[in-house]
Design a protein around this ligand. Structure first.
Ligand code: SF4
Length: 231
């Protein structure tokens, strides 16, 4: 038998745990509804709080989506779009010439003839994939374009050249880590998610990629013509 005060302590701890669990569940339900709302409408309500909610409660929210048989990739998708939205103002203020693009090597054709160099994989625009045209167009705007050969490459290039803004392409996990990395360096960044992930011949929504690249503040100049998105 425990003394009475120990029993009361256990009781109190139990009550706190139940209350906390209820609070987490309610908050997760609210954030889940906001995620669905954002996914359907493209609008964000209380964006910073919502992102904080997704970061802190991601596992519970994903579980709720699973329980209600909803597609839990929506949570990842909205998470990236939220980060992009929050970074948008600062990102758009940076001129193209001070922005870098990091493209994952897996988007290349499996027959890519490009060579590995200390500045990444050097595309020769052979026409076998959309990367060559994307590089040509982005560099025409003033961007610096890198094809990333490995995970430590981005950190090294950021330290070496100190870009003022970044566009990163990758799978959900890479985008999340990349945006967090940029946040730590104080660099506004935007992520473009791959349509299909994997290690080779991944696919990308090129239209979305070019939109991300070319978005400008309303009062700014017009953009050069593009010869069509890559395939
Ligand atoms: S366009 Fe560039 S990246 Fe694509 S396969 Fe050719 S050399 Fe490789």
């Amino acid at each position: 038998m425990f003394p009475e005060y120990v029993n009361q302590l256990f009781y109190l701890v139990g009550e706190v745990v139940v209350l906390l669990a209820a609070l987490i569940l309610i908050l997760s339900l609210i954030v889940s509804m906001l995620v669905l709302y954002s996914f359907k409408t493209g609008n964000f309500f209380a964006a910073r709080y919502m992102l904080l909610g997704i970061v802190l409660l991601e596992n519970v929210i994903t579980a709720l989506f699973w329980i209600f048989r909803a597609d839990d990739s929506i949570v990842d998708d909205v998470g990236v779009r939220l980060r992009n939205y929050i970074n948008s103002k600062k990102f758009l203020r940076v001129p193209f010439s001070m922005r870098f693009i990091f493209m994952p090597q897996c988007v290349r054709s499996t027959e890519c003839p490009a060579k590995l160099t200390p500045e990444g994989i050097m595309c020769v625009n052979c026409g076998r994939c959309g990367v060559g045209e994307a590089k040509r167009y982005a560099e025409g705007l003033g961007y610096r374009f890198f094809i990333v050969p490995g995970s430590s490459f981005i950190k090294r290039i950021i330290k070496k050249y100190q870009p003022r803004a970044i566009v990163g392409v990758g799978c959900h996990m890479e985008i999340k880590e990349g945006l967090d990395l940029c946040h730590r360096y104080g660099i506004p960044a935007r992520g473009v998610q791959l349509l299909t992930a994997g290690c080779v011949a991944t696919t990308l929504d090129w239209e979305q990629f070019y939109e991300t690249l070319t978005e400008i503040e309303p009062h700014c100049r017009s953009l050069p013509e593009k010869d069509g998105a890559g395939n």
